[in-house]
Ligand binder design. Structure first.
Ligand SMILES: Cc1cc2nc3c(=O)[nH]c(=O)nc-3n(C[C@H](O)[C@H](O)[C@H](O)COP(=O)(O)OP(=O)(O)OC[C@H]3O[C@@H](n4cnc5c(N)ncnc54)[C@H](O)[C@@H]3O)c2cc1C
Length: 423
């Protein structure tokens, strides 16, 4: 996937995309399918991104975001690895499984059957291991003939009246009408464009691992609020589950280095026996958790995408979904502008992308932050308030429907790709 550029460096590229993560690669594929010529840059070659030790996460993907990958031709490669989420059970308390008859009266239950008439029978979303998403994207990027410069790292960038000029750490220089920063929270394109960021670290770590379950999970995702933070049990294909266990930073570090039998003992204590026995299947990964929001999504000849624009807490599995929505919106704005003969790196064009995504990005990031503070807390009064809130939403069908449609990502002014249409 790596190699020298043919011809003059940067010659003929429409969009330079820094970062070939899931958001950057999805954007590259969307643009290429519509006839544009993107180039992807990443310090990590795709083969290394696919190694089992690289990314142990699974992502809950809204059904609208999944439609986008289908529209880009990834449906066949992803389908065998996509677990339908039929129900989501949200419980509060010290014992998991309150919604299945346990001790807590406070729970929330979302069921895909309730919105089947509006979602064409789609589930609430799909769960996919990131390594399978990365493999499908890498194969499609390769088949589409998209140029990938890897290993290569963006070191500097300047933004002139006609082009963005990106200098790689090895001295190569690329230029194009537009540079997209999709390099995650440490985006060099963002800082080089003079776009600031606000945010903070949470005193929490996301501990992630994969388990095999003794009883069938039946496509049910569990989100359980423990004093240290949320504990999610996310169903995967093959009757496995991905666990996202939010712990204090100190406990997270201890869990990462714990011997398997000690980890298993902690797990059994958290899980209880409401889902039957479980066996640890994969390595243990830890991720520091933080909020980071770019002050602007665009600047002249620059657009930010994915975690480079908005890094949120994984409490509701929305980070990547936001990035995928952004990729669909940015691709549509650029393709439409090109068809109208406009300059795709001009402020007037990029402002359409910013206006489209700004509200969703800010409200969701702020909402997730409030959620984290409310739910990572053992204050008895807060526990009562949030429990009562969950019980109330659970009793009001339109409120449940609202949350399910939000989670499905099929609300608002949807880009064509998220409706499953071609660009
Ligand atoms: C525990 C956990 C669970 C999560 N679960 C979910 C979920 O269920 N659903 C969901 O929607 N989201 C989830 N998320 C969030 C999601 O994982 C992120 O939002 C997503 O991975 C961000 O993708 P990205 O492509 O924007 O950035 P990244 O994945 O950070 O990719 C950035 C890429 O840029 C490259 N790069 C870095 N520096 C440079 C440089 N100088 N030049 C060029 N390239 C560079 C990197 O190598 C990398 O490949 C979760 C996050 C965590 C931590």
């Amino acid at each position: 996937m790596s190699g020298p550029l043919k011809g003059r460096p940067g010659d003929g590229f429409d969009v330079i995309i820094a970062g070939a993560g899931i958001a950057g690669a999805t954007l590259a594929l969307s643009l290429s399918r519509a006839g544009l010529r993107p180039v992807l840059i990443d310090p990590v070659v795709f083969d290394d991104q696919l190694a089992p030790t690289f990314d142990g996460r699974a992502s809950a993907i809204a059904y609208a975001a999944f439609r986008q990958w289908r529209a880009l031709g990834l449906g066949e490669a992803l389908a065998p690895h996509a677990q339908r989420i039929e129900q989501i059970l949200v419980t509060d308390g010290r014992t998991p499984g309150a919604a299945t008859g346990g001790p807590s009266p406070f729970f929330l239950r979302f069921d895909s059957a309730e919105i089947a008439d509006r979602s064409d029978g789609e589930p609430l979303g799909y769960l996919l291991e990131n390594r399978h998403i990365r493999a499908a994207l890498a194969a499609a990027v390769k088949a589409a003939g998209i140029e990938v410069l890897a290993p290569a790292r963006v070191a500097r960038a300047t933004f002139g009246p006609r082009a963005a000029e990106v200098t790689l750490a090895d001295g190569r220089v690329l230029s194009a009408p537009l540079a997209v920063g999709a390099e995650g929270r440490g985006s060099v394109i963002r800082t080089q464009a003079g776009i600031g960021a606000i945010g903070w670290d949470y005193p929490q770590t996301g501990v992630v691992t994969t388990v095999r379950m003794a009883r069938p999970h039946q496509g049910v995702a569990h989100e359980h609020f423990l004093p240290g933070g949320p504990f999610a049990i996310l169903p995967l294909t093959g009757n496995r589950a991905s666990l996202v266990w939010t712990e204090s930073t100190v406990r997270g570090a201890a869990l990462k280095t714990a011997r398997p039998e000690i980890f298993q003992a902690h797990l059994d204590r958290r899980f209880g026996d409401f889902l039957g026995g479980l066996t640890l299947e994969g390595p243990i990964f830890t991720y520091p958790l933080s909020l980071q929001l770019a002050e602007r999504l665009v600047a002249p000849r620059v657009a930010l995408l994915g975690d480079a624009a908005h890094g949120v807490h994984p409490i509701a599995g929305q980070g990547l979904n936001l990035g995928l929505k952004g990729a669909a919106a940015l691709a549509e704005v650029l393709v439409d502008a090109l068809r109208l003969g406009e300059d795709i790196g001009s402020e007037v064009v990029l402002e359409r992308y910013a206006a489209w995504r700004r509200f969703d990005t800010v409200t969701l990031s702020a909402g997730m932050d409030a959620f984290v503070r409310l739910f990572s807390n053992d204050n008895p009064l807060l526990r009562l308030v949030r429990g009562a809130g969950m019980a109330a939403v659970n009793r009001i069908a339109p409120a449940r429907t609202f949350f399910m449609q939000e989670a499905g990502g099929a609300v608002g002014d949807l880009p064509r790709l998220l409706r499953g249409d071609a660009l």
